[in-house]
Write a protein that binds this ligand. Sequence first.
Ligand SMILES: *Cc1c(COP(=O)(O)O)cnc(C)c1O
Length: 331
Amino acid sequence: MNINTDLQQLKGSYLFTEIVNRTKAYQTAHPEARILRLGVGDVTRPLPKPIIDAMHNAVDELASAETFRGYGPEEGYEWLREAVVENDYRPRGVELEASEVFISDGAGSDLGNLSELFTQANRVAILDPSYPAYVDTSKMAGREIVFLPSQAENGFVPELPKEQADLIYLCFPNNPTGAVLTREQLKMWVDYAREHKSIIIYDGAYECFIEDEDIPHSIYEIPGAKEVAIEVRSYSKIAGFTSVRCGYTVVPKATGLQAMWMRRQCTKYNGTSYIAQRAALATYTPEGKAATRANVDYYKETARILMDGLRKMGYEVYGGKNAPYIWCRVP
Ligand SMILES: *Cc1c(COP(=O)(O)O)cnc(C)c1O
């Protein structure tokens, strides 16, 4: 056999595992240290009651023959896909068909799996810094990567790639810098992708933090984006689904990839848990919306407190607006 040497040679451990290991080592060496943990998972609030109630009901349904659910549709239940179209897109003037929405077990899985739609011979453009999944999955697929520096100097908005980029990973509001794109800035990327026949994989995990009117919530608010963009969303940040696991990916028919993605999911994915999908549906009820709104406000307040504190201490701090992330220059 020939193993995947690109995967084998991937250096170091996944960022978040590395953070856990370093924290542990520091704690062992300094048992007296008071560590303020702001890492992955640690700051998530408990699930709101309307969502817990929906999960309890779903569990009870599975307990009786009349309401039991077995394998569901690989692409997710229609009631959830319709709710996504109705609540997350239509109010923004974006019309999607429910068949273009694919329910997943979280954005993380799909961000990796989408890689299978494309051959190795695609050059990938990725913001630097960025959420680690884009780089790692591109390396596992053996693809060439072009890094696009996004720093304070360019307002954390990188320039368009100078060379042909076939796949482009964009994440706005950005993890980790907290940067956002205006409609005009996002349009430049859509235009680039149309001109270069590229595909943009748009990670909208933090969409719920957007408050300014001129910041687009979805890449599909930009004319022509349906032909060149796949959008990935998650219930992890808006509703605390980090362990429940549910998200969705929009693959518009206009990309020419919708049927392929359906085929891939039907073969390799047997659908998201019924309980998780019922929980996700509950985020769209009036009670669910109020509860998730309160969660998002809480995270925003945390970001504000951190930002104010760091600024008072004399640090240069960015982000924190339309995003839960702040980016701080360390000496
Ligand atoms: C948290 C996060 C994800 C993963 O979300 P899950 O749905 O929990 O897998 C994806 N992208 C970004 C930028 C994130 O911060």
